[in-house]
Design a protein around this ligand. Structure first.
Ligand code: ZN
Length: 265
């Protein structure tokens, strides 16, 4: 159902031959304009003309990609379903207005015709000509509007029904968009929560490692102090330096003996 409406919207916006583009374009993903042109058997410029017309009415949207080698942009297009339906809805409203106007006119005014020339005139104009045909001199007859009115009224019903169907599709599309938005928001919220969680974890890690390094520093400092408290292993420690050598002692005793023997003499 929606595809028929989208096709109709396209035909109104860019002409009946353009509606075939609907079979190539999608409402979900973007299609390369060169692919569209090839499938439509049109030149790229003809294709772009159609797409620009549709784009002017908001029925399609595009995204572009730069060709790194050639330096130009290639466009990708997709159908905007909601906007296309709204566009069609506006057209149908206008049509309904026009039909109503015609019905009112036929019901409130008298029309005259020359059956020979198949000319129709409103009452004021027929009066100007004294109800006689300018072309053939035949006397005008009052036009029987009943068949025409019947056709108008049938057309009015048809258009009204179509409008209500289009409006239902619009509601569906809006619901879809709403759901999509809700889903995306939920996803975003989830991502944000995850990011916050990661940030907190990272901060905690940094803090912990900081504390850890502080600990390490403290421990190092403690160890240093502990090390400096230990007596230094030195070859020339005080104790060792003051200890007389064995030879020194022997010499000392020898001196004392010598002095004693001197005193005895
Ligand atoms: Zn005539």
């Amino acid at each position: 159902m929606i595809d028929t409406f989208l096709k109709e919207a396209i035909a109104y916006a860019a002409g009946k031959p353009a509606e075939n583009i609907m079979d190539i374009l999608s409402v979900k993903k973007y299609v390369n304009e060169f692919v569209i042109a090839k499938k439509l058997h049109l030149t790229i410029n003809q294709t772009r003309n159609i797409l620009y017309k549709l784009s002017d009415s908001g029925l399609v949207s595009s995204t572009r990609k730069k060709d790194k080698k050639k330096g130009w942009y290639t466009y990708f297009w997709k159908i905007e379903a909601l906007k296309s339906l709204e566009f069609l809805s506006q057209i149908l409203l206008k049509q309904i207005e026009q039909i109503n106007h015609q019905i009112n006119s036929r019901e409130s005014k008298q029309f005259y015709i020359c059956e020979r020339c198949n000319i129709e005139l409103a009452e004021e104009k027929a009066l100007l000509h004294n109800f006689i045909c300018n072309e053939c001199g035949e006397v005008f007859k009052i036009k029987d509007n009943s068949k025409l009115l019947k056709d108008f009224k049938r057309n009015l019903e048809k258009t009204k029904n179509k409008l209500s169907l289009v409006n239902k599709e619009i509601e569906k599309e809006k619901e879809k968009t709403e759901k999509q938005r809700f889903k995306e928001n939920k996803k975003l919220d989830k991502e944000k929560a995850e990011e916050t969680r990661k940030k907190r974890a990272a901060n905690k890690r940094i803090k912990d490692s900081h504390l850890f390094s502080e600990d390490v520093k403290l421990n190092k400092l403690k160890n240093k102090k502990a090390v400096s408290k230990k007596p230094k292993k030195n070859k020339f420690s005080k104790h060792k330096r003051n200890r007389p050598s064995v030879i020194g002692l022997k010499n000392k005793f020898a001196k004392i003996k010598k002095n004693k023997s001197k005193k005895r003499r």
